[in-house]
Design a protein around this ligand. Sequence first.
Ligand code: OGA
Ligand code: MN
Length: 281
Amino acid sequence: MAFRPLSYALGAEVLGIDLSKDISAATFDEVHQAFLRYGILLFRDQHLTREQHIAFSRRFGELDCNERSPDTDPQYPELIIITTRPRADGTPSESRYTGRLWHSDLCHTLTPAMGSLLRCIERPDVGGDTLFSNMYLAYDTLSDGMKKLLEGLHGIHARGRQYDTMSTERVAFLKGLRPVAQPAVRVHPETGRKTLYIGEKVKQFVGFTPEESRPLLDFLNRHATRPEFVYRHQWRKHDIVMWDNRCTQHQALGDFDMTQIRHMERTTIKGTPSGYLIEAA
Ligand code: OGA
Ligand code: MN
């Protein structure tokens, strides 16, 4: 097994591993250490069944089955399905716009995701790329003054999905959820390093008006997604990309022909509790 860095900022490709086979504890430990070091791991040419995708993901911890993705197969509650494939009745899938804002998975819940493993089942001819950014670097490169300012702040994370594409029941379900406040700076529980924890789903800071929050949020989002902090992944069929949600953010790009099929399946590893519920505005 070997690791090939994907960009200066983050990510490595794992070479010489077949995830459909049993993985020894020693090999798994090496993969886990690389995951902590690089933030993103890419496994190419992995011809896996859904069961094997789920089984490998479980090695990292308990899987989250709570995110109710509208296009998920009830037989596989562990898999979030993100697809442009229309539903059986010919209507468009609801999941086709998933992830179009910079975010960290399950940031709007009290147990944000530890990791996610996204598998490319089908891809369009061109595009459908995903961007990832390194939130350690984003934090480390702030001034001491800004670090101090952020230390006590909590961002309010809202759902960022496009309501106009959804059934009224689903909108009601989403709107019934109270927003969650998360610290703007978090400590990674395994590496002990500080990370910036914001994103485009944050609408305001606790104790500030949306108008007051906007300039700071705009600055932080622009800063955190500077090209030198970003890796852009061009998907190939049978890729699995695994990311650490505690120190990275990601964004799905709409840079493709949406009449073509882009079909992705994701498992989500549960994280540790973070943040608190606030009253809906
Ligand atoms: C996700 C997500 C990105 C993509 O699976 O969490 O945001 O490129 N998807 O589909
Ligand atoms: Mn996501």
